[in-house]
Ligand binder design. Structure first.
Ligand code: SF4
Length: 326
């Protein structure tokens, strides 16, 4: 075990990417980076992180921000509940008077689960918690030939125990960074670099010829199909937008007037001008766009805002709506 940890850490020291959130022990900056990087590649998340930290350099600045401004900065990253939760948690922290410093106290923050709490506890405060993300799961599953699917609680807890057993207590932050980076750059999902791997002689998946078969997944996630009819009603200068307020995807974002229908066959009086299939993590949205041009001025309409085309950039729109409007 000790040998594997040493090899991981020394690999990390010579291969790590220089990333701004690795150069700090500020729990706020680490928290922001971890939330942005969930479900997002580093290359894409990097610019968002820089912009976000520039706009809200402290937890107090985030707490005071307007939700529309927070969502506007998040536009394009998806999983908008992450931004809304982080905004709510910033207010929680300000109300408490200081940033929580223990794993359990971190877990009490809105939107902070075991992964993020472990990451902040380890990277900001040096506490010995194993950080288990998708990269760590894959590496542990291959190294130790874990048979349990890693998307089950049993599989996750096996992976966590293995990561904990490998982690040198006094170097938890360094070790966690090393394992995550190793999974991201070396033990990648397809065609991992086994021929130049410093752990090759210890890797059970490699010795058993099962590298591509591990980790196993149960694929229990249920995907819902939804059918959205969007209406672009405009007068050449302005269009209608509405804010999504329900507890559903894209809460707090703006979209065109929407009618959600039960089936693909539901028809409108006019033909759609565009149809898009949009895939989210647990939903597939079949969207159709209908266009109606009216004589100016666009009259007020209940539940809608009349927004000038030239002001559209001030509103956070889901990616799907941006695609429909392109
Ligand atoms: S030998 Fe291959 S599968 Fe095993 S840890 Fe190294 S890169 Fe991953």
């Amino acid at each position: 075990m000790e040998d594997v940890s040493h090899r991981l850490i020394s690999w990390y020291e010579s291969h790590k990417r220089a990333l701004p959130w690795r150069e700090t022990s500020d729990p706020y900056a680490i928290w922001v980076s971890e939330i942005i990087l969930q479900q997002t590649r580093v290359a894409q998340g990097y610019d968002y992180y820089v912009r976000f930290m520039h706009a809200f350099p402290s937890v107090g600045a985030l707490a005071e921000a307007d939700e529309d401004q927070v969502l506007r900065l998040w536009q394009g990253l998806g999983y908008y509940s992450r931004a809304r939760n982080m905004h709510a948690a910033a207010k929680q922290i300000v109300a408490q008077g200081s940033f929580p410093r223990t794993y359990d106290a971190l877990l009490n923050l809105k939107g902070v689960g075991p992964y993020t709490a472990a990451a902040i506890a380890s990277f900001a405060f040096g506490l010995p918690h194993a950080v288990v993300d998708g990269n760590v799961c894959r590496l542990m599953a291959r190294l130790f030939a874990v048979e349990e699917p890693i998307d089950t609680s049993k599989g996750k807890s096996q992976v966590e125990s293995l990561a904990k057993a490998l982690m040198p207590e006094e170097q938890s932050a360094l070790f966690n960074q090393a394992v995550m980076e190793f999974g991201a750059l070396q033990c990648v999902p397809s065609s991992p670099r086994c021929e130049e791997c410093p752990l090759a002689d210890k890797c059970l998946a490699l010795s058993q010829g099962r590298v591509e078969a591990l980790p196993r997944k149960s694929h229990r996630t249920k995907v819902t199909e939804r059918y959205f009819h969007y209406f672009l009603i405009e007068d050449g200068e302005s269009l209608y937008l509405r804010k999504r307020t329900d507890d559903d995807i894209w809460q707090g974002l703006y979209e065109l007037p929407l009618k959600e229908v039960a089936t693909q066959d539901a028809e409108e009086e006019m033909p759609p001008v565009k149809s898009v299939r949009h895939v989210l993590s647990h939903q597939v949205i079949h969207a159709s766009l209908y266009r109606q041009t009216v004589v100016p001025p666009l009259p007020p309409r209940e539940g809608c805002l009349v927004v000038r085309w030239s002001d559209l950039d001030d509103y956070a729109l889901p990616r799907l709506v941006q695609i429909l409007l392109e």
